[in-house]
Ligand binder design. Sequence first.
Ligand code: NAD
Length: 435
Amino acid sequence: MSHPNSEVFGNNDHLNAIFDQLGVAEDVRRRLAQPQQTVQTNVPVRMDDGSLQFFPAWRIRYDDTRGPGKGGIRFHPDVSAEEVTALSFWMTIKCAVVDLPFGGAKGGVCVDPKALSRLELERLSRGYIRAFHDIIGPDRDIPAPDVNTNETIMGWMADEFARIERCQVPAAVTGKPLGLRGSRGRTAATGRGALQVLDLWAERRGKAPKELSVAVQGFGNAGYHFARLAHERGYRIVALSDSKGAIHAADGLDPDPIWRHKHEIRKLKDMVYCCASVCDKAEAGVEQLTNDELLAMDVDVLVLAALEDTITERNVASVNAATILEIANGPVSGAADLLLTDRGVEVLPDVLVNAGGVIVSHLEWVQNRIGDSWSEEKVNQRLAARLAREARLCFEYAEENATTLRTAAYTQAIGRIADAMARQGTREYFDGASG
Ligand code: NAD
């Protein structure tokens, strides 16, 4: 993955067009062109066989003008400085799109976490916090879960932070288990928010959920909760996939039993990760597909909820869906995005669609700071109210300016970030040209 500012829309021209249209000061453009702080280290982990291994790890705070950095920590063998930089840039945009008082950050460890024992994984998670303790905290930068890091891992990380501080600091990490002052509604928040954006889109296009067929790539935390709630709402979930393969049923699938089956095995083995697949539950009327076949399905909505760069110039021609819902971060490359727009395929963008997770992370941070714990109903209401308000602004901007929803979301975010930066002082500000 190349630098985010060249990947966001396929080239810098598109981002520059937004800067030009908003009259963004040169200082702001330059500040947004690179991360504020990049820290890389190698986290030492004592393995179960007694040997010492080192895992390359990053924490990148892209920009904190609008508030402390916020962003997940990813454990994956493909994690690199470039990937973490791109993800931290998207977090900066996402927090501003939905007007949270946060900047953007991200972390990652280059590791195959499924090859570690539970204790090795715990030592790595605690080691990550020891390595980056100085630059994280409730007013600096607040980590959260991402791919292959879940509430169990956030619990270990929050505990390690508290041990170093010698006092409880729950607002230092979000996505924690409920027992460690996590928030109700956090686990389902990304999927719930994504469904809300899809509902808004369907309403504006005059489509009823029951008319729409949906294929979901990536049946993990975000993809499962989206699929479960969308099925309840009446959308027809015709296909699901995970890293091992895909399943298809023209009449529709019920995501819940498939998820429960996947997770029964994990619980039986007391594992942190799920090792079963959607493909393990063979049933009459359910056909097996390859992951590429799912991406090429002729459906109303293709949901991308796995990893970045799923649709690129390599496979964009095979996409037959009318609309794409980006739950993953950056699942459509910049070049593919332009080609899809030319073909009239609507792409509902990640920085808006998956913002439900960070919105409820913010609510967790607020609850921790005021020493309160809210009902799931209250959390869901607050999530829905913020997303409805901010998504509606994006839809209206896109419709009034005959542009894509991605351009609308970036315009909304960059306008807010640029305004905050200008108030801190830019050359134009001191020259008296603005402010
Ligand atoms: P997860 O690890 O729980 O799930 C990822 C799923 O994708 C797994 O089921 C995995 O098997 C599947 N997968 C991997 N490669 C695949 C492939 N080639 N084809 C099909 N499936 C594949 O992770 P998650 O938390 O659900 O996150 C998924 C995406 O959503 C990531 O891009 C993440 O950054 C983004 N996201 C997640 C949250 C959140 O709160 N969980 C918030 C915002 C964005």
